[in-house]
Write a protein of this length. Structure first.
Length: 524
C-alpha cells in the first residue's frame, strides 16, 4: 500500500464530513503519528442501510492509517429509555457485532485491522465508576439534558438514566485511549459537552468528526423505529424494490433526497478505481448513462436529465450488491438466523385492561376552523365552529387563544381537537371539545395550536404511535381524570413533534403532528 503524506491522510479523514472539531489538534497528531479513533453504536433497533454511511467513512479512516475501535455501547442502549430491555441486551449486542462485521466484509474491509469492544467490558470497572461520580459532582442537569437532546428519546418526565448517557460517552473517549471520536452530526451536543467537561476532570479534549445524517426514504432522518424510512440489512430484494418504489424522490430535488444522499455518502466513496455509477435507461430516454463523480450525477438529477425512477433502479442494484453477502451469511448460518429472531422478537399484543389509562382512549382528530368569532362576554375567548366531518355539522368549541393567535390566523386553520371531552359551558356557551396547543408558562406566556400535516382532512384520526389499535372512550369520565393523567406526558419534543411519553402523535398516513416554534414544552 502506497505510503500517504499527512496531508493526504487529513483529506481522507475529513472528506464528506459535515463538520469536525479540533482541526489544529488533528493536524498536529497526523504530522507525528497515526490517529487513534473510535466509533460507537448503541445496540438498540436493528441496523439498517444507513449504517453503511459510517462504514464507508471507516474505510477512509483505515486507508489513512487510522487505528479504529468499534464500540458496541450496550449500557448506553439500556440507559436511553430502555430502548434495549435488560433481558435482550446481550442478544442485541451479539446481533450488532455479527451484522456490522458482515457489513464490513461486504465492502471488503479487513476486520483484523479493527478493534471491537463492548461498553460493559470496562464501564463497570471501579476506576470508571469513580470517574462517573466525579463527573456527577460537576455536570449540571441543564447541560446533561441539553447534551442528549438530539440523541436520547425525549419524554415529559425523563428518567435519570437519560442524563447519565452523555456522561458515559464522554468518559468512553478517555477509557478507550483514543485521540478522536467519530459520529453523526446529531451527536454534536454530546461532543461539545465532552469538550467542556473532560478538561475539568483533568483529561484532554478529543477531536470530534461528524458525518452528515442521511435522509430516510420518506424524508427526514433515517430511523430504525420508522419502518418506511429505511431498508433493513436483511430485507430481501423484493422488499428493497418495494421500499425504493415508495421512497420520496422528487424530480430535481437534491436537498431532501435520501436516494441521492445514499449515493453520495455510501456508494461513490466505496467505488474502486475507474468504477462508475451506472444508471440504466431505455434507449428511447437516451440509453444507459454513467457518472465518474457524484457531483455530475447530482447536477444531472437537478436539471431533470435523470428521472427519479431511473435513479431508484440504479441505486436498487447497488444496494442489493451490498446486502447480498450479508443476507447470504445470515441465511447460511442457522445460529445467526436464530439470533436475529431472539434479539428482536415480534411485539406481543397485550389485551387492554379495563379502565387502563392508555392514550388510545383519547379521541383526537383533525379539525378545520370554518368560522371564528370573539366571545361576546369574554375578551380572551374565541367561539369557533370546527369541521370534524360529522353528520351533525361543525362543532362549537370555545378556546382561550385571543391573546396568542390573531383571529385572521384562526380562520380556515387546520387544528388538532380532543373530541371526547365532556361538554363544558364557558361564559354561557357550550364547548364540545378542546383545541390542543403547545404551551409554555414563562414570563412571556406562549401558546400555539398544534399543526396537523397540510395533507390532512377534517375528521382524520390522530393516534399515539404504538397505541393504534385501541378504541377511544365515547366521553372521557371527568371523575376518573383520564385526560388529566394522560396529559402530563403529552409534550412537544426538541424536534417540534407532538409526543406522548416519547411516542409521536401520527395520522393514519404516519405523518407527525408538530408545533410551529415551541420546543420541549407541554401540550394542553
Amino acid at each position: 500500500m502506497e505510503k500517504l503524506t499527512w496531508e493526504e491522510k487529513y483529506q481522507l479523514i475529513t472528506r464528506n464530513l459535515a463538520e469536525w472539531l479540533g482541526d489544529d489538534k488533528l493536524k498536529t497528531i497526523l504530522k507525528e503519528r497515526d490517529l487513534k479513533l473510535y466509533w460507537g453504536t448503541a445496540t438498540t433497533g436493528k441496523p439498517h442501510i444507513g449504517y453503511f454511511a459510517p462504514m464507508s467513512k471507516i474505510v477512509d479512516f483505515l486507508r489513512a492509517g487510522v487505528e479504529v475501535t468499534i464500540l458496541f455501547a450496550d449500557l448506553h442502549a439500556y440507559l436511553d429509555n430502555m430502548k434495549a430491555p435488560w433481558e435482550l441486551l446481550e442478544l442485541r449486542t451479539q446481533y450488532y457485532e455479527s451484522v456490522i462485521k458482515a457489513m464490513l466484509k461486504s465492502i471488503d474491509v479487513p476486520i483484523d485491522k479493527l478493534k471491537f469492544c463492548k461498553g460493559s467490558d470496562y464501564q463497570l470497572l471501579k476506576e470508571y465508576t469513580l470517574d462517573m461520580y466525579r463527573l456527577a459532582s460537576v455536570v449540571t442537569e441543564h447541560d446533561a439534558k441539553k447534551a442528549g437532546a438530539e440523541v436520547i428519546k425525549q419524554v415529559a418526565n425523563p428518567l435519570l438514566s437519560g442524563l447519565l448517557y452523555p456522561n458515559l460517552q464522554l468518559l468512553d473517549e478517555e477509557y478507550l485511549h483514543v485521540d478522536a471520536q467519530f459520529g453523526g452530526i446529531d451527536q454534536r451536543k454530546i461532543f461539545t459537552f465532552a469538550e467542556k467537561y473532560l478538561p475539568i476532570l483533568g483529561f484532554e479534549k478529543r477531536v470530534h468528526l461528524m458525518n452528515p445524517m442521511i435522509p430516510g426514504l420518506a424524508g427526514a432522518k433515517m430511523s430504525s423505529s420508522e419502518e418506511d424510512s429505511k431498508i433493513d440489512l436483511l430485507d430481501n430484494a423484493a422488499s428493497v424494490k418495494k421500499k425504493l418504489k415508495k421512497a420520496f424522490c422528487e424530480p430535481g430535488n437534491i436537498t431532501d433526497n435520501g436516494i441521492l444522499s445514499f449515493s453520495k455518502f455510501v456508494l461513490f466513496p466505496l467505488f474502486k478505481e475507474n468504477e462508475k455509477f451506472l444508471v440504466p435507461r431505455a434507449a428511447e430516454f437516451g440509453g444507459d448513462i454513467s457518472f465518474e463523480k457524484y457531483e455530475d450525477l447530482e447536477s444531472a438529477f437537478e436539471k431533470e436529465l435523470i428521472h427519479p425512477g431511473d435513479l431508484k433502479s440504479a441505486v436498487e442494484v447497488y444496494i442489493n450488491k451490498l446486502l447480498d453477502p450479508i443476507r447470504q451469511e445470515f441465511s447460511n448460518n442457522p445460529k445467526l438466523k436464530s439470533l436475529s429472531a431472539k434479539a428482536y422478537p415480534p411485539p406481543q399484543k397485550q389485551k387492554p385492561v379495563a379502565d387502563e389509562i392508555i392514550p388510545s382512549r383519547l379521541d383526537i382528530r383533525v379539525g378545520k376552523i370554518v368560522d371564528v368569532q370573539m366571545h361576546p362576554d369574554a375578551a380572551n375567548l374565541y367561539i369557533e365552529k370546527i369541521d370534524l366531518a360529522e353528520e351533525s355539522g361543525p362543532r362549537v368549541i370555545v378556546s382561550g387563544l385571543v391573546n396568542y393567535v390573531p383571529i385572521e390566523e384562526m380562520k380556515d386553520r387546520l387544528v388538532v381537537i380532543l373530541a371526547n371531552l365532556k361538554a363544558a359551558t364557558l361564559r354561557g356557551v357550550a364547548s364540545h371539545g378542546m383545541v390542543l396547543c403547545a404551551s409554555v408558562d414563562t414570563e412571556t406566556h406562549a401558546v400555539e395550536p398544534l399543526r396537523p400535516p397540510p395533507s390532512s382532512k377534517p375528521g382524520d384520526r390522530i393516534v399515539v404511535e404504538g397505541y393504534e389499535s385501541g378504541s377511544p372512550d365515547d366521553v372521557l369520565n371527568p371523575k376518573k381524570k383520564v385526560w388529566n393523567k394522560l396529559q402530563v406526558d403529552l409534550i412537544v419534543d426538541g424536534n417540534g413533534n407532538a409526543c406522548w411519553s416519547g411516542n409521536p402523535l401520527i395520522t393514519s398516513t404516519n405523518e407527525k403532528i408538530t408545533a410551529d416554534t415551541l420546543r420541549n414544552v407541554p401540550i394542553k
